[in-house]
Design a protein around this ligand. Structure first.
Ligand SMILES: [Zn+2]
Length: 486
């Protein structure tokens, strides 16, 4: 009985306690709500009264928050006097300008990543704000100073070479994307093993070169045509400044035509523009269906440079060398009877435009892919004109010629002197590229002649010593590649 009374008393007591707690909580809520009202009112007042905005990120963030809040308070805004509204507008403009300046610095830093310090600095210097030019904005001045001091620390050719003559120019053919199809022991398999590189190997090579400090450059930056004081044009070595330890190099890819004989052998079939607006490859599967993916150099290198912008000097990628006898880039634009002839030509133009925008350049690899030393002057003249009419008209004019089979028009090591050269120069070609086991380069007043190093199966399996300076081949060679079988 006494126990029951005690428990009743306890219950009464705890009910009382609960009431007090509830009351306290209510009070607390009122206090919080009240202070929120006061704070938000103060904030709003701040918003209207801030005269000058300091140009720095922290303030900008705070102000942005305020702007967001203000948007939610449209009703209260209506009660503002015209002067207050004017001040608000002015402030919005200032905030927008701060964002603009931040974006500008971000853009400049992107250019800096690919070593284009001049363009980065120029970009900032073009800024015009309400108060005036870039000189009036501390954030912009600091950004320019930072860029300038970084630029001042660069060295010619990264200090790795004393002359552009020492640069590497490496080249590839279409990459093998499906080893099981390329190396299936059929008629073409041996040729693929000799002259092709697999996507696996290409990716390993690029990673290795990147880690070694190699940086892609354009031949047009390696040697530039200038006009001297007498009004005469001539080629001179480009002044490529890079951080110490970087090594400029040129990359090219031959026969980016996706020839018919490669169908079904595990190669891409053409270059297309993907839904994201970026170039990619298409491949035809056994059942005739199409798949898209990074089956060749263009999309692989594009993705690599996107991830490592410092692998490319001013956005340079590589040179794509095209013949004409089976169209271009995988489109049979050589055949006017093709039902898709007109459409294919338009597509190639568009793909080429996107590729060039992304840092790729085009070269003539001749129309018929014949030995240009052996063939007559007349043959070369007709062949060149046909290339320009059928391929150059789609991908654009080019002054780069990549010799079929790597065979130069002349065997002379002196100045070109043949009528073939005179014609080719007249036709607009300035950069001539052959192949040699020991690379060399000539920089003449009227042209540049530069040999290239193949990074194919033959180089890796038959002449590995030639690639020793570039790679540890054990890490590069695709484990699925057959051993030397020629
Ligand atoms: Zn070729």
């Amino acid at each position: 009985m006494a126990d029951r009374n005690r428990s009743r008393r306890r219950k009464k007591k705890s009910a009382k306690k609960l009431g007090v707690i509830l009351l306290l909580e209510l009070l607390l809520l009122i206090i919080i709500a009240g202070s929120y009202y006061i704070i938000s009112k103060n904030k709003k007042d701040d918003n209207n009264n801030t005269g000058k905005i300091v140009d720095n990120t922290q303030d900008n963030k705070d102000n942005k928050d305020k702007t967001d809040k203000k948007d939610n308070d449209d009703k209260e805004e209506e009660e503002l006097t015209p002067a207050e509204q004017e001040a608000l507008k002015e402030q919005e403009k200032l905030l927008q300008e701060i964002t603009e300046r931040e974006d500008l610095i971000k853009e400049a830093n992107m250019l800096k990543l690919s070593y284009d310090y001049d363009k980065a600095i120029d970009k900032i210097k073009t800024y015009k704000g309400i108060e005036g030019g870039y000189e009036l904005y501390p954030a912009l001045l600091t950004a320019i100073n930072d860029l300038q001091s970084e630029k001042d620390s660069l060295v010619l050719y990264g200090g790795s070479y004393s002359s552009v003559m020492q640069f590497n120019h490496i080249f590839f053919h279409s990459l093998v994307a499906d080893n099981s199809k390329a190396f299936d022991g059929d008629y073409d398999a041996k040729g693929y093993n000799m002259y092709m590189t697999t996507t696996y190997e290409f990716e390993k090579m690029m990673q290795s070169m990147y880690e070694d400090g190699y940086v892609l450059v354009s031949v047009h930056d390696l040697a530039k045509q200038i006009t001297d004081e007498n009004g005469k044009t001539k080629f001179v070595a480009g002044e490529i400044y890079l951080p110490a330890g970087k090594k400029p190099f040129v990359l090219s890819q031959d026969d980016v035509n996706y020839y018919d004989y490669m169908d079904g052998d595990g190669f891409a079939s053409r270059i297309v523009i993907g839904e994201d607006g970026k170039p990619t490859c298409e491949m035809i599967l056994d059942d005739g269906s199409l798949v898209r993916g990074a089956f060749d150099i263009v999309p692989i290198l594009d993705a690599f440079v996107e991830e490592h912008p410092d692998f490319s000097y001013r956005g340079a990628k590589g040179i794509l060398a095209l013949t004409g006898y089976e169209g271009s880039l995988g489109y049979r634009t050589d055949d006017p009877t093709s039902p898709t002839y007109e459409q294919d030509k338009e597509t190639v133009k568009e793909v080429a435009r996107v590729l060039k925008e992304g840092g790729w350049e085009f070269a003539s690899h001749s129309y018929n892919h014949r030995d240009m030393r052996e063939k007559s002057f007349d043959f070369i003249k007709k062949d060149t004109i046909r290339w320009q009419e059928e391929v150059g008209s789609l991908v654009g004019d080019t002054d780069i010629l990549i010799f079929p089979y790597g065979t130069d028009i002349e065997s002379t090591m002196g100045h070109y002197s043949s009528d073939k050269y005179a014609f080719l120069k007249e036709a607009g070609f300035n950069y001539y590229h052959g192949v040699d086991s020991k690379p060399w380069m000539h920089l003449k007043d009227d042209y540049v002649r530069m040999t290239r190093r193949p990074l194919d199966g033959q180089a890796m399996l038959e002449f590995p010593e030639r690639l020793q300076d570039l790679f540890n081949l054990e890490e590069i060679i695709d484990p699925e590649r057959p051993s030397k079988d020629w």
